[in-house]
Design a protein around this ligand. Sequence first.
Ligand SMILES: *Cc1c(COP(=O)(O)O)cnc(C)c1O
Length: 380
Amino acid sequence: MTNKKILLCLAHMSGQEQHFIKEAFDSNWVVPLGPNVDGFEQDLESFLASDKYVSVLSSGTAALHLAMVLAGVEAGDEVICQSFTFAASANPIVYQGALPVFVDSEPDTWNISPQLLKEAIEDRIKTTGHKPKAIVLVHLYGMPAKIDEIMEIANSYDIPVIEDAAEAMGSEYDGKKCGTFGKYGIFSFNGNKMITTSGGGALICPSAEDKKRATFYATQAREPFPFYQHEKIGYNYRMSNICAGIGRGQMTIIDKHIEHHRHLADLYCRLFHNTPGVSVHINPAWKHSSNYWLTTITIDSDITGTDNASVCQHLQSKGIESRFLWKPLHLQPVFKDSPRYVNGVSESLFNKGLCLPSGPCVSDEDVEMIAEEIKLCIRN
Ligand SMILES: *Cc1c(COP(=O)(O)O)cnc(C)c1O
């Protein structure tokens, strides 16, 4: 037994990052614009292989906030948000003075339930007289949601979808990259995401005009005058040329990263294949191709006799980091007054799920050891 700690998802550098950063210093582009910002945006646009335009920003949360601004979300509006997600998916709704309306998940992908989404839209129209202004769809842990069904519902009510692909960079649905299905999409480049810029995000836009508007709002909404003229409230959300340099370096290895995440998920699957009561969350159908940002499992304590908390504790004692799944937002004290449409799915997943170490710093031997420790723990 080694003393090495195995962490959930650690950032991993390609070696190219310092080259791009040095270039920025050498050419004195140490500002929130410049060649790395433009280069990183181009890298992301080619990665998405679609007709989308990308604006890089200071965080995924900033990208979600600007998506709200561009979608015209205002004080008094309602915005539907998947309940089973990180708080950052919903916070920007509140920044705009709007009200989040939470919708529960379906068990196949763990993402928003199309059936419940439809019910929620109908019910909001009936109770408030207005349709929700936008829908925040999340691909949790990288697993693509049931996009066909969701887009059909959203389109039939003409409500824009904001696709939170913070965890789903490189995931695909029906052969197309997640982040390109909604009117707007977002990525996060925080330290533990699929790639990192040490902190950053991107807004995926449907047109060059939208990208221009996003970048305008992200740079204090400065109007094109010879002096400082402001006609809109702006934000300081642009990515720095230094962070974008890290991003360009990361883009040289993203495909290898994704491949490794998928390889580890496959390995976890094989190792738990004959373990009753432990299931690995996997693609439910051929259209879904998760990047497996984090491999997640559920532990049925009726079968194993051990719950997720005990397994988490046991792993911790062995120097292995694991984590509970996101606590559904409709159960968060801060959102206690938000309307919710629930079916028990996310709450039940929260009560039995765990995230396991994944990513480029985790080896096959690590995964074998982790699986062995989990099996030991549930046998005792
Ligand atoms: C990380 C994350 C965000 C926020 O991204 P930041 O870059 O940390 O601001 C939003 N939504 C989800 C689902 C996330 O996991």
